[in-house]
Design a protein around this ligand. Sequence first.
Ligand code: HSE
Length: 305
Amino acid sequence: MKTRVKVIVPATSANCGPGFDVLGAACNLYNEFTYELTERGFELEVTGEGSERLYASGKNLAFSSFFRLWNEMTDRRYTGLKVTMHNRIPLSRGLGSSSTAIVAGLMAANYLTGSTLTKEQLVNYATEIEGHPDNVAPALLGGFTVSYMAHNRANSLRFIPAHELRFIAAVPSEPLSTARAREAIPETVSHKDAVFNAGRSALLVSALLTGEYKYLPDALEDRLHQPYRMPLITGTQAVFKAAKNVGAYGAIISGAGSTLMAYASPQADCEKIGAAMKLAFEKAGQQAVYHVLKLDTEGARVVDN
Ligand code: HSE
């Protein structure tokens, strides 16, 4: 009987500009989780991001997602669960840190109960917990994902772009909660804006699949969420402009923010793009750090077992 598993889960960037609540991409920045069945109650050890504000509780997503699946899959008794996390993904910055906890719990429970569910099935459980699929799907499947709901089920089509890309994530000091960033979006939008976004997100997927990256500057534009969220992230316009000025295809608000992410060719000077974005944030009054990231193509995985 297995009692211990280690899972690593990638950061994710939802929306990818125009694909609000639909598109997502996994990046090569990872949180690591070890789950161990014990006889000592709930225990949590955290190093790295969020270590000062996460504690063991049935409400912690790393525990609740584990039990959501465990209780459905087995009658096996346990008297304790120890979760050890090493977090590299900053919290409340639009890089899918809460999705990593949800996905890790589900992956661990699935593994310890005999690995009977596929990752596609886990996307559905994860979406039920998260509320929208666009972070959990790429976190599980890797690559870019197009996710949608049909008959109350989350479905996700994963794809890998024709050519490599780099993602330059500029992470500002100020966090932004997803709830607040969602409240900023109006209930309804104009038909014109809906058409704009339908066109841009179709163009984005086509450009990525065909490798026609000259379309990316237009394809990354959005009118469904970014214009409403920009005022919540000091410096957004300046950071977008700075990234484009030094060679990025374009930049977007990663997920609900507050990270801003530039898309660039591997041949571009990505360090220069990162430095320009950081400087633009600083000029606007916010400290920032940046990461030059690649696409993660595998998604969450069990390691070291
Ligand atoms: N699609 C979601 C949003 C992602 O933009 O609100 C948040 O995690």
